[in-house]
Design a protein around this ligand. Structure first.
Ligand code: FAD
Length: 392
């Protein structure tokens, strides 16, 4: 491979956001002639993630959905809340299926070149962005990168910072015991550690499910601690002894939950996307739908040679809501957990999901807030006023 090879578009990072962007580019008639380079240190599809999201059934990658749930359940300290989903359904896609399909599509397409190498950094040179890799440097009119944190990342303002960290097991049980139509979204009726702590359980069939132990806290746990908690949960809640199930897959993750305003540009001509671009919702960690929404916009801009969308994924209003809730999650965990419960108890699941997807109107949001304890929010507004009243 020669250095300084030129492309129209470079996608640096072939995870959820890089592959999604590539997928939308390959669907576009108007971009058929663009030469695209996809770079990642590992271009082998991996079975490392399960991406959950909700949609109305018209999701562009519907055919890759692994399982869909029509009902959700949330368990608080005192009650179990069940809700049928009428507007949107809860889905999951496995990263193995997603990356296999898109990478295969890329390999068959003459428009795309793939290089497996370490990305070292980005610069710009005149009208082009340049990516520096173990295989040399490559330039393009636009580079979209999800591999590296922007250079001044750690200097950007960040008052609230938690990690959403988790370990999950996919299990097969000897007995049929799950309802594959209903996902347990959050079970808070467990020992709360130094941050909001819950389990979720996504049944794929009557005897298989993904069960995950999740915490919103500053520090991760040891592998042994997650595993012990999972084992205890299956034993206490489902009366499953070790011999009653087989672990068929493990999944671990750490997702940032921060009020940081992520830099949109790594440098001129190099746009940050995915988690590196701040697409992760600060209070939930959900990113997958937001990646799709933003990649659709990017491709529209590329098609019409229009300026790229380089504003934060969340509007000011939703950034304020996230800051308020994140403050409670970090400083008043018990209140925050109670508010999660109230949110689902006092509103329909359909409305809550639209709210979390940032699709609600102000009047719907006021109606949601009017049903929640408001004193904690007043406190968080007061404590975070320097952010909220200065553009969030
Ligand atoms: C286990 C897990 C489960 C998740 N589940 C959900 C979910 O259910 N719903 C949801 O909405 N969100 C979920 N998320 C959050 C988010 O959707 C994912 O983290 C998503 O993968 C983020 O996409 P990304 O493109 O930003 O990053 P990634 O998917 O991590 O992609 C980054 C890519 O860059 C490559 N890379 C990194 N550094 C280099 C380098 N130096 N050189 C070359 N390549 C490099 C990596 O190999 C990787 O392929 C989950 C996250 C994890 C970790």
């Amino acid at each position: 491979m020669h250095s300084e090879q030129q492309f129209d578009i470079i996608i640096a990072g072939a995870g959820a956001s890089g592959l999604t962007l590539l997928w939308y580019i390959l669907q576009s008639e108007k971009l058929k002639k663009k030469r695209v380079l996809l770079i990642d240190k590992n271009l082998e599809p991996t079975d490392s993630k399960t991406w959950c999201f909700w949609s109305d059934g018209n999701h562009p990658t519907n055919h890759l959905i692994h399982h869909t749930w029509n009902e959700l359940e949330v368990i608080t300290k005192s009650e179990t809340i069940n809700g049928a989903l009428t507007q949107k359904k809860y889905h999951c896609i496995r990263s193995l299926d997603y990356s296999s399909e898109i990478l295969e599509l890329a390999k068959l397409n003459h428009q795309v070149e793939l290089i497996e190498t370490e990305i070292q950094g980005f610069t710009n040179s005149g009208e082009k962005g340049v990516v520096h890799t173990g295989e040399g440097s490559f330039s393009a009119f636009w580079i979209f990168q999800s591999a590296l944190l922007p250079p001044d990342f750690h200097n950007s303002v960040c008052d609230l910072s938690l990690l959403q960290h988790f370990t999950g097991w996919e299990i097969e049980t000897t007995l049929k015991m799950f309802n594959p139509d209903k996902a347990l979204l959050m079970d808070f009726n467990v020992a709360q550690r130094e941050g909001a702590t819950f389990f979720y359980l996504l049944p794929y069939s009557e005897n298989s499910a993904l069960v995950e132990y999740t915490l919103f806290s500053p520090d991760t746990l040891s592998e042994e601690e997650y595993e012990n908690e999972l084992r205890n949960y299956l034993s206490n809640k489902y009366y499953l002894d070790k011999k009653d199930y087989t672990i068929t897959r493990r999944e671990t993750g750490v997702v940032p939950m921060e009020d940081r305003k992520y830099a949109q540009w790594y440098c001129e001509r190099v746009l940050n996307i995915g988690t590196a671009g701040g697409f992760t919702k600060a209070t939930t960690g959900y990113t997958f739908s937001r990646i799709h929404d933003r990649c659709r916009l990017i491709v529209k801009s590329l098609e019409y040679n229009a300026p790229l969308p380089d504003y934060p994924v969340s509007s000011y209003r939703f950034r304020v809501y996230d800051i308020m809730m994140l403050y409670l999650l970090q400083h008043e965990t018990e209140q925050a957990v109670e508010i999660f419960g109230q949110l689902f108890k006092k509103n329909s699941f359909d409305l809550v999901l639209r709210f979390l997807n940032e699709e609600t109107s102000i009047s719907e949001e006021l109606s949601i807030f009017s049903k929640l304890s408001y004193m904690p929010f007043f406190r968080s507004i007061y404590k975070m006023k320097h952010r909220i009243f200065l553009g969030a």
